[in-house]
Design a protein around this ligand. Structure first.
Ligand code: TXA
Ligand code: MG
Length: 343
């Protein structure tokens, strides 16, 4: 199969080009497209045969459910049994945007899309190309990240081409994506919303909108071997981060209470060089210094003046960086007494 690559200008969307993509999708074919998080590999979410093609192109196990993408709030109702109150509030606050929600599925959503589950994951992307393409197609679009299973999620059309050339009908090239990590997933089908996958919409933002939000035990804390993640795509995780972790140490170990400008500068330089290479960078700091880091995914471990919280938060942050697919972590250093030893 010849894979057609079509450039689309986000600022000036050409409906004619998107109509061609929409036609392919309606006919049961595959189109890769940009979203604000990562590139997606799209197919008609209501057509089981089309969903099967996604699994084949990615080399992905078919029990891993897909996210159905919609273009406006009205498109949600036909796909779900009900929209719980928390779901309504989160929709209002964060749609369109990088938030996926899990709802009880309606009968028109095939099990081939949900991996056999009675729930369905739905997201309304804000990327203008994604949004317009879905609207023109007039059907919900099932889309995992457009990479070969086991490879990093694509953030440019070139990445998609490397993995998908010859396997899909079309790639829409809308340039590099903005966020670079997959959407936050929240299950709103139960009595209390539960975070299943961290992303750009943080747990704090979710709690601000709906109050109580639980975190899937499988994505936090040291995990027992028998704890199964609720989002089947979230794999077993260890303490050791997958990223390369660099601790930037103070020259003068006496300075424990404050971090010197030299350390901040070095972390910023290291981060910039990796970001320029297109890598994902996480930065670990504390409340006292979090505003000193303009780039990368910056996470504070709490207050340096309260070192007992540092170790506890460190592991949570390392796991979060794993979930976000971070390649390099640059961290301030901390007094050793409080690292790795629960006190
Ligand atoms: O940002 C994103 O969400 C990107 C773009 C393309 O929208 N898509 C994406 O899809 O990340 P994918 O297939 O790589 O990840 C979907 C995740 C998987 O971890 C899957 O297990 C989970 O969502 N998921 C899907 N349906 C679910 C359901 N009904 N219950 C629980 N987890 C579900
Ligand atoms: Mg993925």
């Amino acid at each position: 199969m010849d894979t057609k690559v079509v450039k689309i200008d986000k600022e000036q969307i050409d409906d004619e080009k998107l109509m061609e993509a929409a036609e392919i999708l309606r006919a049961g074919g595959l189109v890769a497209f940009p979203t604000e998080t990562v590139y997606g590999l799209g197919a008609n979410a209501l057509n089981e045969e089309a969903a099967k093609k996604i699994y084949a192109a990615k080399g992905r196990p078919s029990d891993n459910p897909l996210i159905a993408h919609i273009s406006k709030p009205e498109e949600l109702a036909p796909l779900v049994k009900e929209v719980p109150e928390a779901g309504k509030k989160l929709m209002e606050a964060y749609w369109p945007g990088p938030l996926t929600m899990i709802f009880p599925k309606s009968d028109i959503v095939p099990y081939g899309t949900t991996g056999g589950l009675d729930t369905v994951a739905i997201r309304m992307p804000s990327d203008p190309i994604a949004n317009r393409m879905i609207a023109l197609a007039g059907i919900p679009i099932a889309a995992p990240s457009a990479n070969t299973s086991g490879r990093p999620s694509p953030t440019t059309a070139e990445h998609v081409y490397q993995d998908m050339n010859g396997k899909i009908e079309m790639i829409l090239d809308g340039g590099a994506v903005g966020i670079g990590v997959e959407s936050t997933i929240v299950d709103v089908s139960g009595p209390v919303p539960m975070l299943l996958r961290p992303g750009a919409i943080t747990i704090e933002m979710l709690r601000e909108t709906v109050g109580q939000v639980e975190i899937d035990p499988a994505i936090q804390g040291p995990m027992a071997a028998n704890v199964k993640p609720k989002a089947p795509g979230m794999k077993y995780r260890h303490y050791a981060p997958k990223a390369e972790l660099v601790l930037v140490e103070e020259k003068n170990p006496e300075t424990k209470e404050v971090i010197s400008d030299r350390v901040i500068e070095e972390i910023n330089l290291l981060a910039k060089s990796r970001l320029d290479q297109g890598q994902k960078v996480g930065i670990i700091c504390t409340e006292e210094t979090r505003d000193c880091y303009p780039q990368g995914m910056v996470r504070s471990l709490g207050f340096r003046s309260r070192p007992e919280t540092i170790a506890h938060n460190l592991f949570a942050v390392l796991r979060e960086f794993d979930d976000l697919g971070v390649d390099y972590i640059y961290s301030e250093s901390f007094p050793k007494d409080h690292l790795g030893r629960p006190s």
